[in-house]
Design a protein around this ligand. Sequence first.
Ligand SMILES: [Zn+2]
Length: 242
Amino acid sequence: MSELSTSKRQFFKTLCACGTAVAAAAYSEMAYSAPGKKTTLTGQQALDLLKEGNAQFTADKPHPVIQGKERRLEIARGQTPIAVLVSCSDSRVPPELLFGRGLGELFIVRNAGNTVDTVAQGSIEYAVAELGVPLIVVMGHERCGAVDAAVSVVEKQTGFPGSIGQMVEPIIPAVLSARARLGNKKFTHDELLDASVRANVERVVNKLRGSQAMLLEPVRTKRLLVVGARYDLDDGRVEFFA
Ligand SMILES: [Zn+2]
């Protein structure tokens, strides 16, 4: 506890006062592992590194990632990630490999369809407020199964068992918005799917930029950059937009 800053102590006390002992204990452990060192990179510099790593990945000359014993020990007592990645759980979309990054460089929130619920939002806010991460990348990808499921709900009223329906639900507004954008012109399923992937990323980017006070201020003062991206499964390229 001696390493906690005043604001961390206050937050810790507030959590305890609320009786959420489990959350408080978890927060304490996370705070201990982050003794205050933060990246000196700006959001744009971090973004440039990701772009460079992806260019090497697509050229089939992947950037040598930082790993091994020395690096492990260097970051064992505190992490200094350069970016938060909100991306899909899809096994073909592993952020570290696509961007040539190694141990302790990316703070990753992954779920099918790269949406942000309360738990994901809290994870992101922690990364920005406590770890000083200057960049958030929300990354969708080509032929996303989760987005495809949402398209199927909208187009065919498909139902899904278990919790899959709830997982797909936050993506449905993106499909509706993509379909509205395509308008009356004839479009293929693949066109609607890809437009929905992009709309889903845009919705999450806008939510992160504007809806929460903990991110609003760093975005306003340009200490935090939030960008959208789409990964192409065929050529390996990450396109940044939004
Ligand atoms: Zn996906």
